[in-house]
Design a protein around this ligand. Structure first.
Ligand SMILES: Cc1cc2nc3c(=O)[nH]c(=O)nc-3n(C[C@H](O)[C@H](O)[C@H](O)COP(=O)(O)OP(=O)(O)OC[C@H]3O[C@@H](n4cnc5c(N)ncnc54)[C@H](O)[C@@H]3O)c2cc1C
Ligand code: FES
Ligand code: FES
Length: 484
């Protein structure tokens, strides 16, 4: 058992012993930690809920190929122990002093040259997102640039100069003073990570467990059934940052590599519950197009870089974006306790409003998605007020098998229409064994309207949700006709 948190900042190992450090809680966010320093106040708080990107920093970690990978994240949602064993890079680290002169990083220099900053409040966050882009892309497409900036709001510039700065700067294959010091950082991180003992951190009223193996996590879960499980914490952190809740006991799974694996056999893909949504987005590109489509409009890059598939399933939100798609794929959820393992369909796993079938000694360990092998048409549609960085008003996912233009199997699943993700069973039954025709689909749309009684809320009126759900079904029909 270890009780000291360690990470790299300013190319040095920082150690935090919470028992001696009274100003910090185990759930102090990276944002608030940095803001407490005299020389790291460049990072800003705008919203404290992952929406504005003013707090963006970059985290670097060692991958399987012994290279550093750089990820932009919203520091307002990251608890300090989540960066144990990683390098934290802030805006203050980008420029270097050479011959007594300040030499800006290429992304800073380009922002200066294109007038990419006006009032400047968003600028440190934007520069850090551009730095993440710089380290991951050479000559990025306009799409990749926009993708990197989706999570950063700027009220002043209109974005064009920032996009130009990105295109101007990202032409150096990621080379900079960080590349020159990569080996040095890797050896510091390896020194921290060589010992896989669980971190047990305690601050006033709070206990924070950070295990590094699944076996250890299951043991801690068994012994602490009331503890809150976190993975990316993009849902849970808001309970602290927006509702001022004290999170008394936390089990943080983000350090468990076993839960981040992907495997596949002839029939299934198996995703570890700790796989980030950005890793899953990249993996699903040509394999699971309906999932890929949804993940392209899921949150922002900063959110997807830490949010996990296990967290999306575990939150059981009625507007959880991956859930209808997983329903359409007839996905299975794997859960484990210390002594047993269960696998159940996602339909059975989601029990009610933000409720799952998980027991208080279990963890979600994997999501199994059957391979389509091209025999089904599977599609997904997200309706939201904004295309990016917005929660769904309605989300629909469909799976269809036709036999001589007759429906032999159909799954219709919606989010945003009930307290949980829900299948439109009556509509499915009506369409099964019928000709896949516009006439039948239009009749099915009326059945669908009677199957759900959605809520009116800040996002939408109930009538709009019903109309959107109906129209998505019609859109699916039209798309299938166009494809065939
Ligand atoms: C700015 C912003 C934008 C967002 N945009 C979207 C969006 O477009 N679409 C969308 O669907 N969601 C969105 N979300 C919500 C959130 O990002 C997702 O639900 C995300 O998938 C949660 O994953 P996580 O790893 O961060 O979960 P966490 O916050 O760590 O956990 C979420 C829940 O799952 C449980 N849990 C996590 N892992 C496990 C496990 N292994 N075993 C058992 N229980 C577990 C936790 O206890 C908790 O109840 C957004 C959130 C923010 C802040
Ligand atoms: S402060 Fe707005 S995303 Fe973190
Ligand atoms: S420069 Fe003012 S908010 Fe972006």
């Amino acid at each position: 058992m270890k009780s000291t948190l360690k990470f790299v900042l300013d190319f040095k190992i920082i150690e935090i012993d919470f028992s001696k450090q009274k100003e910090l809680k185990t759930t102090t966010t990276v944002l608030n930690y940095l803001r407490s320093f005299p020389h790291h106040k460049g990072v800003k708080e705008g919203c404290a809920e992952g929406d504005c990107g003013a707090c963006t920093v970059v985290i670097a970690e060692v991958n399987d190929e012994n290279k550093l990978v750089y990820k932009a994240v919203d520091s307002c949602l990251v608890f300090l122990p989540m960066i144990h064993g990683k390098q934290l890079i802030t805006i203050e680290n980008l420029a270097v002093i050479e011959n007594k002169q300040t030499k800006l990083h290429p992304v800073q220099q380009a922002m200066l040259e294109t007038n990419g900053s006006q009032c400047g409040y968003c600028t440190p966050g934007i520069v850090m997102s551009l730095f993440g882009l710089y380290k991951n892309h050479n000559n990025p497409s306009r799409e990749a640039v926009e993708e990197a900036l989706t999570g950063n709001l700027c009220r002043c510039t209109g974005y064009q100069p920032i996009i130009e700065a990105a295109q101007k700067a990202c032409i150096h294959n990621g080379n900079d003073h960080f590349s020159e010091r990569e080996n040095e950082v890797i050896s510091l991180l390896k020194r921290i990570n060589e010992n896989e003992e669980t971190l047990i951190l305690k601050s006033k009223k709070q206990k924070y467990f950070k295990p590094f193996t699944l076996a250890e996590a299951l043991k801690i879960r068994e012994e602490n059934p009331e503890a809150i499980i976190i993975n990316g914490s993009t849902d849970i952190a808001l309970r602290q940052t927006k509702k001022n809740e004290i999170l008394y006991e936390i089990i943080d799974l983000s350090g468990i590599d076993e839960l981040k694996k992907v495997s596949e056999d002839d029939n299934n893909y198996c995703f570890g519950s700790g796989l980030t949504l950005e890793q899953l987005r990249q993996y699903s590109n040509d394999k699971l197009p309906a999932l890929f489509k949804i993940l392209n409009v899921f949150g922002s890059l900063q959110i997807r870089n830490i949010a996990t598939i296990g967290g999306n399933v575990g939150s059981a939100s009625p507007i959880g974006d991956t859930l209808p798609v997983l329903f359409a794929h007839n996905a299975m959820i794997k859960v484990m306790s210390q002594l047993s393992e269960r696998t159940m369909s996602i339909d059975d796993f989601i029990k009610g409003y933000r409720q799952t079938d998980i027991r208080n000694n279990e963890l979600i360990t994997g999501i199994i998605v059957p391979k389509n092998n091209n025999s089904y048409l599977i599609e997904s549609y997200k309706v939201s007020k904004r295309k990016h960085l917005d929660i769904s008003t309605v989300i629909g996912a469909f799976k269809l098998h036709l036999n001589n233009e007759t429906v032999s199997e159909i799954v219709i699943a919606y989010g945003g229409m009930a307290a949980t993700t829900k299948r439109a069973v009556k509509t499915e039954n009506f369409l099964t064994a019928k000709k896949w025709s516009r006439e039948n689909v239009e009749q099915a749309m009326d059945i669908l309207s009677g199957e759900f009684t959605p809520l009116s809320d800040a996002r939408s009126e109930a009538e709009f949700r019903t109309a959107a759900a109906r129209n998505i079904l019609l859109k699916f029909y039209l798309d299938t006709v166009q494809k065939s």
